[in-house]
Design a protein around this ligand. Structure first.
Ligand SMILES: [Zn+2]
Ligand SMILES: [Zn+2]
Length: 267
């Protein structure tokens, strides 16, 4: 029985148009017991989405329909599958106030949520770190080296854990090694534990959970989970719950990476 607590939906502008009901039916066929739909929460209106199509997240005017549709399927399928209504909320350094306002307005509709870092700031400009291999290559020039991107990513991630986003702040931290998405092209020589151990300590101190994300296995320049197994072992030592997430953006992405992830480490 699979529990998958990181799944996208047709409300994602950069995902597939597969219908919500198709995700649910496919999940039931795959022997899912529980699923959390965690669409990218609308970005602050004052934040300029750096991606070319401005399609990083659901639009604010779609959010009520998203919540309403999930509510409908949640009760319709209640006997077959536990469906949690959720969001993947971006932590954007400098936009804590706007993010808190969104959570204060919509948090009470949510059963589950994830806090993730996709955007990194350099001087006055924000970059979408996981957008593409080419974009990552440009970021290396702008930031001044792969190590500088790692520094920026993990320091932003650390801030996300420590940030005060109000009473609806998500308690699960998304794909904490997303910076490794292109590691086979842009490797970083230092052991990742240098960065991840302090992050895990901060997560443990807060009593948060970790998104154990299978999507990296299907990214050709990563071929690993977020985080890798050695980091998951460190998390388990700190008694941090590891929660599997497929991060599917289409029905065929459901359960991706699940069987590669050491199941002993799953809660
Ligand atoms: Zn996405
Ligand atoms: Zn994400």
């Amino acid at each position: 029985m699979i529990i998958d607590k990181h799944v996208h939906t047709p409300y994602c502008p950069h995902g597939s148009t597969d219908a919500l009901v198709a995700y649910i039916e496919h999940a039931i066929n795959l022997n899912y017991k529980e699923i959390s739909f965690t669409e990218h929460a609308p970005l602050p209106l004052t934040f300029h989405d750096p991606t070319p199509e401005k399609d990083s997240a659901m639009l604010l005017n779609q959010l009520p329909a998203y919540l309403e549709e999930l509510k409908k399927w949640q009760s319709y399928y209640a006997s077959a599958l536990t469906i949690n209504i959720g969001l993947e909320v971006d932590y954007i350094d400098g936009f804590e106030k706007e993010t808190t306002e969104l959570l204060n307005e919509y948090g009470h509709f949510l059963d589950d949520s994830i806090l993730s870092v996709h955007f990194l700031q350099h001087e006055e400009t924000y970059y979408c770190m996981d957008y593409s291999e080419e974009n990552f290559g440009e970021m290396i020039h702008v930031f001044g080296g792969v190590n500088k991107i790692y520094d920026a990513y993990f320091s932003t991630l650390h801030k996300s854990i420590e940030s005060n986003l109000g009473k609806y702040k998500p308690h699960r931290i998304g794909h904490i090694t997303l910076v490794e998405k292109f590691k086979r092209k842009y490797p970083y020589q230092q052991p990742i534990h240098h960065y991840t151990n302090p992050i895990l300590d901060a997560i443990a101190a807060k009593g948060y959970e970790l998104d154990y994300n299978g999507a990296g296995f299907v990214k050709p320049l990563c071929l690993d989970s977020y985080p890798p197994q050695s980091v998951a072992i460190e998390a388990a030592k700190r008694k941090i719950p590891l929660i599997y997430g497929s991060d599917a953006h289409s029905i065929k992405g459901l359960a991706q990476g699940y069987h590669q992830i050491i199941q002993d480490h799953l809660d």
